[in-house]
Design a protein around this ligand. Sequence first.
Ligand SMILES: O=C(O)CCC(=O)C(=O)O
Length: 383
Amino acid sequence: MSDTYTFSTLYEEDAFNLYNSLPRKSQKAVIRLMNFEQSNTHGFLLRRKRFKEMYAFDWKTRKLLSMFLLEKHPIFEGEGLPTIFESQSDVADTVATLGKNGYAISANKLTAKLPMDELLFQSKDKTSQSFSGKTLLEAMEQNNPDKLAGTYWLKDQNTAAQMPEFARIAFDPYILSVVSGYLGCTPIHVQTNLWFSFAGEQDHKTLSRNAQFFHQDKEFVKFIKVFIYLNDVTTENGPHCYIEGSHIDELNQHGIPYSTRLPDEQVLSFYGEDKLRIVEGEAGTIIFGDTVAAHKGLPLKKGSRLILQLEYAASLYMSPVCPFSDLSSEAKGAIHPVVLKHGRLFANYSNETREIYEVIPAKRLKPKRAWQKVLGSYRHNDR
Ligand SMILES: O=C(O)CCC(=O)C(=O)O
């Protein structure tokens, strides 16, 4: 794709000015991404090859990307469509807060009951046995038997994503309106995840694996997560925490490679204590978060926490996730027909692509360690 093609967008002049204000590396990175969008390549095949380029996608570059994607993949507006939430009246405010702070708490709450019993969960070291959702819910009710200290992650996200109860939330017009408004284009649903955390002794490695130290995500070039508390969360049982504004002033611009786990003192020395937000909330609380911002789950002092996480990306370029299988007829039945017409929302659902992903050796799907850890010439202040 040539540079000139890129400017045949709705935002011709803005996009042109923004493009010209970017470092050459970012300009090239956006054009490579747009070439990917026009190709038949699978995004996950590029992750190992191109991961370092993620550093080129800073806030301004991500903004330009939306301007380019928007033409073919417009913002989803759910106004007027039925929603399982009380109201859609906070969409514009929530999107504005997200842009400013990187995070926003919804005015809505999830009240739907979710079917957890049959789902399977396991700790990240994979040596532990699997537990059913039923067992873990019972453990929560019995107030944390010590032997379950730690975090248990959903083993197969595809199982949950195909269930109508989860699909109804992931493709609800309200949720889609917020995430689409923030991403600035049609979102692609890429994750339906759940995890249980229980208080108790845990070593540094376990806390690190379970995202309980501050870090910055870079799963996709541009993405957003929706966290929904499924039980009441206070400062005692592992609230989600983030640093306001660090989705723009990113940790990597302070010389910290993506995903590096950091002590609180270091993060607070970059941003100041006044930027720390700890989100307490009752069951059903919905947190929209651009986890490019520094964030973590606070280690639990007592009790337990159950959280649902949905994730949406602007593009599957360098995707780290296994595609879902074709959307089940049960899930389709739970999604409004107007929503189903937006094919881009379901770009990560394909039996064929899932099969291709599953036979590729894991090594070929992960960024090279050196690339992941070393910022090299992509460091902000080296530009
Ligand atoms: O458990 C939490 O609150 C943190 C989760 C997290 O770091 C993530 O989903 O990226």
